[in-house]
Structures are given as C-alpha cells and as structure tokens.
Design a protein around this ligand. Sequence first.
Ligand code: AMP
Length: 140
Amino acid sequence: MTLLPCYTLTYMSSIFSKIINGEIESHKIDETNDFFAFLDINPIARGHTLVIPKKEIDVFFDLDNSLLSEILPFAKAISKAIEKSVECNRIGMMVAGLEVPHAHIHLVPITSTSDLTFANARPMDQDTLAEIASKIRANL
Ligand code: AMP
C-alpha cells in the first residue's frame, strides 16, 4: 500500500476580513457591496481612515481593474467627509500594506507633506475614535 502525504490547508482570513464580517470591532465610516472604510486604530492624525476592498487581496495593484477604478470614487466621498470633520489642509493618501496583507488605502488628514509618515502613528483611545467616526459619518 502506498501512503500519500496528507496536506491540511488552513485558510486564515486577514484581520481586515474579520473587521468586514464583524468578528472584530471597528469604527466604521461607510461600506458598499465592494468596499469598506473604517478608522485606523493607530492613526497618523485624527480622522486617519482605511479604505479596503471586501475581496481579500494582498497587494493593492493586484486588484482587478474594475475594483481599482471604483475604489477611488468611494475613497473620494470618504475624504470629503473627513475634510469637513477634522482640522487639516487636505487629505493625503498612501498605499503601503507591509503590516496587513489585505489591500488598503490610507486616507490621512495633513497640513504639510511631512505629516504623511507612519512615524507619527499613535494608538488612540476608543472613545475618541468613536467620536471622530461619528462626526465623519455625519458629514458623508
Ligand atoms: P500597512 O499594512 O503598513 O499599510 O498598515 C496597516 C494599518 O492597519 C496600520 O496603520 C494599523 O494601525 C492598521 N490596523 C491594524 N489593525 C487594525 C485594526 N484592528 N483596526 C484598525 N486599524 C488597524
């Protein structure tokens, strides 16, 4: 008898997929069928928001062209609401993805180019995050 190796494939969904399906709490800003937006828990600035596709794909530029072309209009509406909710000059945008392997855009309120750095990221308490999220939702 030949014994065949048995491989068990365990699929671990990303922390962001767990946020989308409600297994992990988040300060949600908005969602559509394809996208989800919520506050970063270690914001670079008040209002720092993550915009993600619901489809779990690691690398941002591996998203198919239709998702790529639709994610910016979704992010645009969120950025306009953030601008109305916190003090800033404009909303900066970054794509990194080195920490969480689920494509995402960082929308960060900035007043100068030097604000756009992860060196400024700090944990924020839940009450403050909840207050900011509710302001941004109200301005959508
Ligand atoms: P990066 O993958 O480096 O582009 O960044 C991932 C971002 O996800 C970081 O800014 C983290 O603070 C943020 N992050 C990680 N876990 C959570 C979470 N549970 N809720 C909100 N933001 C998160």
